[in-house]
Design a protein around this ligand. Structure first.
Ligand code: SPV
Ligand code: MN
Length: 629
């Protein structure tokens, strides 16, 4: 196999590869150089020179174009290739294996056969980039070394911004390491975008820790280290008894300079990035975290070192830090935005007027333009994104690269829920939190028409799309993870989307900072709480004080009562929905899931008998269930 590499690679690239003493890796690269047949192979060591080369290639290849602000570029994906393609994302299933009914699979032989046909000569006329990265900080128990092969300079460039270089790490570890391997080809291009999107395929081989992706460009389908690696890592974590989660990681700043780290899982487009970026706190990561136990404590790292974030709705008032970063010079790739004549960018929900014309993922654009199905084309795609290195942010936490990770003080679950959960609540304990918060997470699709509610979708731990093990097993892993911990972090739920009976939101966007401060104090047992049938709720006086201190705002008691009233019928309906899913759609649900949900139901029914359907939290403090300290 070495012959292929020697033949195809220029001397300096060949030598870069040979410096990593790992025959399995060499065989993998040789196999796919031979099959995909690129004209050139470039090996990236992560040196500033190599990174500069990739940056230059992304412009020369036309995959990115320069914008007016220094360092800013724009990339477009095909019109119908703007998001994760879940339908064609499949696990290669060996004969006899079973991932349960919720996971998309294809027989391994059939899938490999198909993808190999699609990849044959796929890189002829193009360059292959071979890039080494490390998921998690380098030189750490958390580190997972990876290699990405791609014919897209945009994918290589994005990866360089989003992931820590793993070349030196790979050299150091030599043949002792098992790589995660990603192979991506855009396939045939037309007008600079993947032409054959009907043949998009993302095939995941969890046995071989390898993912193949072709005929697509959108980052979530192609940047191997993001959601493709996440699927491999969920499987690896399950085998090794740690966790891979769709979570942000942030420092919440408490009294007297104390920083407590929180992780939070939210489905896409539900406030995950904006929470991690909230003013006054510090960000470690916004999307994926690994959690491990060390000396009886839970510790976490950000798998990435950059953000592939959503632009829609980003504005100067709600996102001051991000706004500033996106307007300063610096290396940022914008994707699927509108580019104006002045070569600046516009996205839906940005401050200012919608430009009268520009260029977007549909080509030349003017307001009212329709696509071939007669739908009006918005100025930017709703999944338009920015890619940047976290080092561009002024609120970056100092612990990002700590090989030990950070101590986790609390875990947060949140979704788009208009009528059930209160804005913030703490579960009774680990098992109660895993089951009634994480495993019961639901989120609504955005309302199709004014006043109409969205469709609720079950999304355990906000991780459903990425699970590579059966759901029942995943829930079991979570339950087992917390059991041996000396002091498991409290598990909270938040709900930024609660509405009143008229359909108006009950909270302001920045209220979430108060919930964070309250959770921080709770994690140190420095404020009391009211024990209700669903969990520990904040006391009015504590929130009132925090609203004043943090936001300099009055917080009337009526508001508190409206926001924190327990909606018993809605909570009971949710329990029934969740029970039904775990009974009929999930195989091997641990029995304790049903027991904990039944107990919650019993507590809610008891309260209903005593106080009626809608109960203000102070009723429960009268029950002498108040908890102090
Ligand atoms: C998400 O959709 O949750 C993302 C972007 O973080 S993607 O890379 O598409 O997964
Ligand atoms: Mn995500």
């Amino acid at each position: 196999m070495k012959n292929v590499l020697q033949e195809k690679l220029r001397k300096e690239n060949y030598e870069k590869l040979l410096a990593i003493d790992n025959p399995v890796l060499h065989r993998f690269i040789a196999k796919y150089v031979e099959l995909c047949n690129p004209d050139e192979v470039f090996v990236c060591t992560g040196s500033s020179e190599d990174i500069r080369y990739i940056r230059e290639q992304s412009i020369l290849s036309g995959e990115e174009r320069k914008l007016a602000t220094e360092g800013h570029t724009v990339h477009f994906d095909g019109y119908y290739d703007q998001a994760r393609n879940e339908k064609n994302t499949k696990f290669l299933l060996p004969r006899g294996a079973d991932l349960g009914p919720n996971i998309n699979t294809i027989g391994k032989e059939e899938g490999l056969g198909e993808i190999h046909v699609l990849l044959k000569n796929a890189m002829r006329g193009y360059q292959m980039y071979v890039c080494f990265f490390c998921l998690g900080p380098t030189n750490s128990e958390f580190s997972l070394p990876c290699v990405q092969l791609t014919d897209s300079s945009y994918v290589a460039h994005s990866s360089v911004l989003l992931y820590r270089s793993g070349y030196e790490e790979s050299k150091r570890l030599g043949s002792s390491q098992a790589f995660f391997k990603f192979l991506h080809s855009e396939g045939e291009l037309e007008g600079g975008v993947s032409k054959n999107i009907h043949q998009r395929r993302i095939y995941i081989d969890i046995q071989e820790d390898t993912v193949y992706s072709t005929n697509t460009q959108y980052g979530g389908n192609t940047i191997g280290h993001k959601k493709l690696a996440m699927r491999l890592a969920i499987h690896r974590a399950s085998k090794e008894h740690w966790l891979t989660e769709h979570m942000f990681l942030m420092g919440v700043h408490g009294p007297e300079g104390r920083v407590s780290y929180f992780t939070g899982a939210f489905p896409s487009l539900c406030g995950k990035t904006s929470t991690s970026m909230i003013k006054g706190e510090t960000i470690v990561g916004d999307d994926i975290a690994y959690l491990r136990k060390k000396n009886g404590k839970m510790r976490a790292v950000n798998v990435e070192k950059g953000i592939f974030g959503i632009l829609q709705g980003v504005n100067s008032k709600d996102d001051p830090i991000l706004w500033k970063t996106l307007h300063n010079p610096g290396e940022i790739i914008f994707s699927n935005v509108l580019v104006t004549e002045e070569k600046s960018v516009y996205w839906i929900g940005k401050d200012g007027e919608i430009p009268k014309k520009g260029f977007n993922h549909s080509g030349e654009w003017t307001p009212g333009k329709k696509d071939d199905q007669g739908n009006e084309i918005q100025p930017s795609h709703r999944n338009a994104r920015f890619t940047l290195d976290l080092k561009l942010l002024e609120n970056l936490d100092s612990e990002l690269n700590n090989p030990e990770g950070v101590l986790v003080s609390g875990i947060i679950y949140g979704g788009r829920d208009s009528d059930t959960w209160v804005p913030v609540e703490e579960s009774f304990d680990w098992v109660h939190g895993v089951i009634t918060k994480g495993a019961s997470l639901e989120s609504e699709t955005t309302a199709a028409a004014l006043g109409k509610e969205g469709v609720r979708k079950f999304n355990p731990m906000a991780n459903l799309s990425f699970l590579s093990i059966p759901i029942g097993e995943y829930i079991k892993d979570h339950l087992n993870f917390g059991r041996p911990l000396r002091d498991p972090p409290p598990i909270f739920s938040v709900n930024y989307f609660l509405k009143d009976s008229k359909g108006d939101f009950l909270n302001e966007k920045d209220d979430k900072v108060v919930w964070l401060k309250w959770m921080e104090l709770r994690s140190h047992k420095e404020v009391g709480a009211i024990k209700t049938p669903t969990g520990f709720m904040p006391k009015y006086q504590d929130l009132k004080r925090l609203f004043k201190e943090v936001l300099d705002r009055d917080y009337p008691e009526e508001k508190y009562v409206e926001q924190f009233t327990i909606r018993i019928p809605e909570n009971l309906a949710k329990i029934e929905r969740i029970k039904e899913i775990y009974k009929t759609k999930v195989r091997d649900t641990p029995q304790i899931v049903f027991e904990v949900l039944e107990e919650q139901k019993r507590r809610l029914n008891g309260a209903r008998k005593k106080y009626g359907d809608y109960v203000a939290p102070d009723k429960f403090s009268n029950d002498a269930l108040e908890l102090r300290g």
